[in-house]
Design a protein. Sequence first.
Length: 367
Amino acid sequence: MSQIYLEHAATDRAAHIWRYTTWEKAHPTGKVDDFPSSTSPKISISQIDGNPAPSGVSIGEASTSDLERLGHDLDFDDGTAAPTFIAALADSVSILTIEDKTKLESPLLIKIETTGDICSIRLLIDIGDQVEGEIITLIEGNANWTGILREGRYGQNSIVNDVVTQITGQRLLRCDSLTLGRDAQIKAGTVNASSSQAKIDIRHWLPEPGSSLKVNGSILSSEDNKVDSHIEISHTGRETYSRLEWHSACGGKSNTTGTGMLRIDAGAKGADAGQLFHNLLLSERATANSIPELEVLESEVVGCGHGTANGPIDEQQLFYLSTRGFDEEQARSALIAAFLNAPLSDMGSQELHGYLIQRIENHLKTI
């Protein structure tokens, strides 16, 4: 894998994925031909209430056959350097398995506790057919730089809400490459707050008929943080559906970037895709960039649209809340929370939503 990485280590700054955060800045040492030593994080799995994971759910070390079955070729076009680097850096490969027809009564919590200076993990996701439930992957710990690569599949007719959240000050490089099975209904959420620097590259593949995907992001940045998110959704199957909604609240001197690419290949008849980026600027020094893109090679589609909107907090809304007894700080926090809550509320159940809100609330005061 290290040789594959070196073949892609030189990146093109003109590509959208590297335009705002270069590979040199995302790399843990800044030297793209460097392979530093890395520790492996501690992984635990339970239900969100602390009870053990139910039967049909397990996490362990992946076998060679698991990797052949679930691992992707990691050809991310201009972004191939990042996932191949994490794969080369990780000491081992872990696998989350949820067996066919498993019904999760409570959200599943996967804790990834990072340690050391540089920490990396490659995690295979194997969600069987007709699985129903919710998964939260929580990245926490004290590593200065964390790389996480998630690959795998959601089985046929599965109904799954899959949320990844990081609410720490560490640097993060995250790459996802996940495939939806026939008639799968997936909600994929990202919650990020106070990362000093985060480079997020999410890829979803819809090769089978009838699959449906919603990708939601809720990003909170402050001080001089940088959060750069790239999301690609590829429709190759017939009658597939996707929606991307990404909200970023930017305070201090922070910067967020959101790049969305929706691809509808020739033959993906009846596909329906759309994306929308919202950026809330909380200070005059904060900046946000949104680049929604479309690539449509099929004429018989239901629809394919995109949009973006930037703006400060609405002064009229602040005034209204002040007439209802809110002081300025309370009103401001309430409006930021409402802005971030829009995608959060669509990520899953009330139980999952409450957990995410609780995790992010403490960071509102830093904006």
